[in-house]
Structures are given as structure tokens and as C-alpha cells.
Design a protein around this ligand. Sequence first.
Ligand code: DCP
Ligand code: MG
Length: 354
Amino acid sequence: MKVIHVDMDAFYASVEQRDRPELRGRPVVVGGDPRSRGVVATASYEARRFGIHSAMPCREAYRRCPEAVFVPPRMAQYVAVGRQIRAIFHEITDLVEPLSLDEAYLDVTDNHLGEPLARTLAVHIKARIKAELDLTASAGVGPSKFIAKIASDLRKPDGLVVIPPERVEEFVATLRVEKFWSVGPATAKRLHAVGIRTGADLRARSAEELRALLGKHGAFLHGLACGKDERRVTPWREPKSKGSERTFAEDVRELRVLLESLDEQAERVLRSLDKLERTARTVTVKVRYDDFTTITRSRTLATGVGDARTLHETAADLLLHATEAATRPVRLIGVSVSGFVHDDGPTQLPLPGV
Ligand code: DCP
Ligand code: MG
């Protein structure tokens, strides 16, 4: 497997410096107001020299560098840039697994450019991000996700580190356990307590010994230390529908109760559609009667369902006119939407977790 991990440098701050040239070369802190209780989302590399970092209270950041420029985040802009970055990735391979707005794994073992050298692809991606978006990214190349991710972090900013398979062993040997995927402060502490500080220390122990110490996790870490990481790059797939359903504690005969439940569910479904930045044209109502017979009734609208009210009204209409709800007791009721249309233009790539 050939994996590239790409991570943008000081992402939010770099976008601000790009869009506001007067901020270039200056310490920039993206986050809350320095007088507020907010925390730092990220800091430009100029600000990091003062010891400012993500998750630090803004007040502390101000104390460390009063001349820093504090900028409120513009999420919509970062989402838009994240989408542009992702579009570049998708020109290389379909196997893109985003970890956040500014970070993704790419499995380039087979790629759309037919390029055998992952390093060449990483150079190409960085160059395109620079040329088209005027931003810098760091990339790591390796035979697994684990290696690629650590590599991308080694020479930030604007870094490129390639760890070929034959160098994995020595690379992992010198890694501190804190750097290992899945090792948080608590695990690190337990490992330190028994004298395990590096990948080499992990390898020197048997898988059984590590299992005795940390359970399954221990065996997994032993595998990582031996260069074993079988995790695939799994692209995020857009769901084909979004729905909600509710089983009642007791079968329901009153229409009012069914309609109230539909109302609640319509809200919920719309919220998840908003998250996906999608609207949908087909509304489906599902009803399960007291004898477990289950029916679905759908209607496709001319345009996308834009608000909870339209969704609720369509669902209620289906329930009243196309089902036997209320004349028969109902055990479960649900509403779902499908037939997604894009909110703003058909060329967008979906963004998970935003
Ligand atoms: N972020 C945040 N809060 C955090 C960490 C990150 O809001 N505690 C946001 C701001 C970052 C973005 O996510 O710009 C990406 O996070 P990274 O960890 O990749 O950090 P940066 O891209 O800012 O810097 P680096 O160059 O170290 O990757
Ligand atoms: Mg980053």
C-alpha cells in the first residue's frame, strides 16, 4: 500500500494571512477575543514562536504575545477551502479519507495519473495547493497510514517526508511512544512506568507481555512497532438517505400523537441534512402497525425540502392520506428523505463531520 497523508500548515491562520495580506509575516491567532474566555483554534507559525498553540486560552496567548493579531474564525471560508483541497485529492485517487477539513489520507497505490512514485504525487499535490490556493501543505508518504501521518508532521511547515518500506523499521524504532497512533497521555504513562519509551522498546517486549499490560491495545501497539498497520484508507461515502424513526412504548391510536412525533422527527432529519449540506426531494413515511406489518409511502417533490415545515407537511399528508394510521394502532412511525440534491451547485464534494 502507498499512502500519502496531507495536512495543511496552520490552516485557519494561513487562510487569514492569504486573504488579508497585511497579516502576512505577523503573529496571527485565530480564536476568541483575548479578553474573552475563548481558546486558540490555531496560530500562525510566527505566533507559535511565542509558545502559542491550539487550545490555549486566548488570554494566555495575549500574555505571551500582546502584539499578535487576534482574528475571529470564518468557518464558512475554511469549509470552502477544505472543499477545494479535497477536489485536488480526488483528481489523484478515489480513495481519499478525510480526517478533518485540512487533513486526509490518500491511497495512491493505484491512482488516476498512473504515477508509480508516491513521492512524485506528493510533490504534485503540494505544488497544486500552492499554485491554485496559495497555501502550503505538508505531506508524508509511507506504506501505511500510521507511517504517512507521522511523516507529514516531521518537517512542518511545507514539509515532505518519504519513508520507504525498507526504512520503516528504523523509523519506528526511534519514535517516542507518545507519537504512536492511539497512544494518549494515560497509555504513555503506563508504558513509561515499565520503561517503554520508544518503538524499539515496544518491539523488544513480546506481544503477550504488552497484552498483559494493556489488553488488546497492547497487542495492537506491538504490531505497529513491528511496522504492521493493515488499516485501509476508507473514503467517506455519502449516505443515500437520512431518516429517523420511533417505536412507541404502547401502540398509538391518536393522530395527534403521531403528528407530534413526525414533527419532532422532521426537525431531526433536517438538522442532519443541513450537516451534509444537502437537500432532498423524496419524503418517505414508514408505519408499522400493531401486527408488525410495515408499509412505506413516498412522495417526490419538484424541489428540495428546504425546511422542517415542508417536510412535516409532506409527511403528515402521506400519513393521513396514504396510510391506515389511527384506524389501526401504530407501533412505529418514521420519516426519511432521499434523492439528495446539492445545496449550492452540483460540483461540490461532501464534507464529513462539518
Ligand atoms: N483546530 C481547532 N482547535 C484545535 C485544533 C485545531 O479549531 N484544538 C482547527 C484550526 C486548525 C485546523 O483545525 O487550523 C487544523 O488543525 P491542525 O491540527 O492540522 O493544525 P494547523 O493546521 O493549524 O497547524 P499545523 O501546521 O500544525 O497542521
Ligand atoms: Mg494542519
